[in-house]
Design a protein around this ligand. Sequence first.
Ligand SMILES: CSC[C@H]1O[C@H](OP(=O)(O)O)[C@H](O)[C@@H]1O
Ligand SMILES: Nc1ncnc2[nH]cnc12
Length: 299
Amino acid sequence: MVKEAHDVKVAVIGGSGLYHLEHLEVIEEVNPETPWGFPSDKIIISRLPSGDKIAFLARHGRGHYLSPTEVPVQANIAALKSLGVEAILAFSAVGSLREEIPPCDFVLPDQLIDRTKGLRPSTYFGNGLVAHAGFADPFHKGIADLVYKHRDAMKDYTLHRDKTAVCMEGPAFSTRAESHMYRSWGADIINMSALPESKLAREAEIAYQMVCMSTDYDCWRVEEEAVTVETVMQNMKTNSLNAKALLEAVLPDLVQAVDEDTLEPKLKGSMKFAGMTAKEKRNPETVAKLEFLLPGYFA
Ligand SMILES: CSC[C@H]1O[C@H](OP(=O)(O)O)[C@H](O)[C@@H]1O
Ligand SMILES: Nc1ncnc2[nH]cnc12
């Protein structure tokens, strides 16, 4: 497993309906092998008009062949890290649990409720190397501030911020009782991909912010038809145009902020002292895998 330096500091993860950034000049496609396998698809490295490079990865693969439960999230995050990525903007199609978030509005969540079912590998640790990442604030305020600054790029739609997302397992959508329950818990939007992506990015010391694109009202509105894939995909046409407009505005600023190291909070070094396992008790195999992600921390 050879790490290739690509000097790509910012990555975009595209979710349902956002499989390409066709307005950018493609430089190359890479498929880095990691100790956790290969990413969902080839990673596309493109050039911004400013000359800076960014990476794009389709979460479910181009052609959408991986279910949310099947996405190789450990490999995705490790592969991006191996290219040099320090900040991720992760797009996701979400259901709205609030009247004031209609389809085609976007949301920057700042909180997260985990309703996945333990089927997805959700940490790089364990297996003879115990460590605990801080995850009180699962998303990155500095990136959210920067994206919010460019909210006018959304034109006719609103960009909301500081909302609570719930991540469910799927692949079937929620029952009405579950949808009402999430509302009573204070959740504002629902998807199937915020976890473990956000958690693994935190363990990898990558600044991570989800940009959620509302596609439906889930199934809590009694008078309305419950969510279907058809509704989601219809609204994704508008959403993907808005995502691209937003990215065009945000990416140059984000690359500059990462280059100049002005993003707060800083995550680099945050895992250095997160390990609990005595050096002589560490599993050498796990330590070797972690060398790929956080070199020098646990060896
Ligand atoms: C096609 S609707 C359900 C599906 O859409 C979202 O995917 P992504 O987050 O990758 O945009 C949601 O999380 C579900 O996986
Ligand atoms: N209603 C919903 N539930 C879960 N994930 C979604 N993605 C888009 N809409 C969704």
